[in-house]
Design a protein around this ligand. Structure first.
Ligand code: GLU
Length: 423
């Protein structure tokens, strides 16, 4: 089995990078080393092994985790990721990011993240279902609507959340919609949850573009990643914000058309062929070259560490909007700031997903169902509040938006810890 630990000195170690961001707030907030030590560690993590009967009759053992980072502001909240390359430090980093994201958007939630080391692309639907159910059996005792609520992340979706909810409900002997979010709408899911991350991201890009000023109807964008977030970012960006999407890529390669891609047709092509490659009317582009395009807006919407010290000099976009979690490592981050490229940080930019999840929790508590327009309206309001708070702090002091976002989020978590008597 591959190792799940990563060297602390690795510049691509997400957990270490998030800790650095956290510590950079300490002088501003006068955080003492003891408090900093609390903020730098998850309160609980569970490692489970999941033996699964594969379709060929063999047994394979998968490794799973649930990291609960901090629940000072409310129950733990965060997605579950299925990916062959993830490590416990990636999940710790992502759980930490969830804590600051929920705090920045003023949700009464803490932060958590889960994951299973597996390659869903090489597994059947039944194998994935068995794996998901086994995972819930093993983490059952630490999750629940008022404890910790999983949600979709990379390579998990509404179906995964439906299986999780069902397994949890079977064990507890009562249908418990609120144990997961991002469920199918027919099963307690919220309208608008699937495209909420992308929609929320564009609300923020729209505001940032206005400041530059950069009129979106004449702007160009390139999107790295064409999963749930990337594909919806392309669709919403082109159809609702009038942006020209000139390039997109997925894990197999990319496509480009300087005149703009027909995103709807591209989605149909991906559905039919399994990748964006060889989309009629487009030329090929590698993931590497996509990041160097002279576009107005660059949207990393897949995994962490795609912009690093090795390729950051080649980035030419005016805005880099982090629709993914942690796509820019800390070295690259400071270089982008020096290059005067505006970085919209993940905890601000991709908060639409967890905001919609929170609204799903509220609807589940009340057995209620809101219209899509209502969900979007509320997401936009929350995103704008966070955006204004970040800009208010970052603009006059000329500090990067990420620094301002962390200062606001960490201050809120520390205040909750103080009020609860933890400090
Ligand atoms: N996985 C998403 C994120 O990283 C959503 C988490 C959630 O809805 O709980 O923000």
């Amino acid at each position: 089995m591959k190792t799940t630990e990563r060297d602390d000195g690795d510049p691509q170690n997400l957990f270490e990078n998030v800790k650095k961001r956290l510590c950079s707030c300490s002088p501003d907030l006068r955080i003492t080393p003891n408090v900093e030590a609390i903020l730098k560690m998850p309160v609980r993590e569970l490692h489970v092994s999941l033996p699964i009967r594969m379709d060929d009759g063999s047994i394979q053992v998968f490794q799973g985790f649930r990291v609960q980072y901090n629940d000072a502001r409310g129950p733990m909240k965060g997605g579950v990721r299925y990916h062959p390359d993830q490590t416990i430090d990636t999940i710790r980093g992502l759980a930490s990011i969830m804590t600051w994201k929920c705090a920045l958007h003023n949700l009464p939630l803490g932060g958590a993240k889960g994951g299973i080391v597996c390659n869903p692309k090489k597994m059947s639907k039944l194998e994935l279902e068995r794996l998901t159910r086994e995972y819930i059996q093993r983490i059952y005792h630490i999750i629940g609507p008022d404890r910790d609520t999983p949600a979709p992340d990379v390579y998990t979706d509404a179906q995964t959340m439906a299986w999780m909810m069902d397994e949890y409900s079977k064990i507890s002997q009562k249908t418990t919609f609120g144990v997961t979010t991002g469920k199918p709408v027919a099963l307690g899911g919220s309208e608008g949850r699937t495209d909420a991350t992308a929609m929320g991201g564009w609300y923020i890009v729209r505001e940032a573009a206005r400041e530059i000023p950069l009129p979106l109807p004449t702007a160009t964008a390139a999107i790295q990643g064409f999963g749930n977030v990337g594909s919806n970012a392309a669709l919403i960006g082109s159809e609702q914000f009038g942006c020209r999407i000139v390039a997109v890529s997925d894990s197999t390669g990319g496509v480009m058309n300087p005149a703009g891609l027909d995103v709807r047709a591209l989605l149909a092509h991906k559905q039919k062929t399994g990748s964006v490659r060889e989309f009629p009317g487009s030329g090929p582009i590698s993931n590497r070259d996509l990041l160097r395009l002279p576009v107005d807006i660059l949207i990393p919407a897949a995994l962490e560490n795609v912009i690093t010290a090795t390729n950051v000099e080649a980035v030419k976009a005016k805005i880099v909007a982090e629709f993914a979690n942690g796509p820019i490592d800390s070295e690259a981050d400071s270089i982008l700031h020096k290059k005067k490229i505006l970085v919209i940080p993940d905890i601000l930019c991709n908060g639409g997903g967890v905001i919609a999840s929170y609204f799903e929790m509220v609807q589940n508590y009340n057995l209620d169902h809101w219209e899509k327009e209502e969900v979007y309206r509320r997401i936009e309001k929350k995103m704008m509040e966070a955006y204004r708070a970040v800009v208010e702090l970052s603009s006059p002091n000329k500090v990067p938006m990420r620094q301002a976002a962390y200062v606001i989020a960490v201050a809120r978590v520390v205040e909750a810890m103080r009020l609860r008597g933890w400090l």
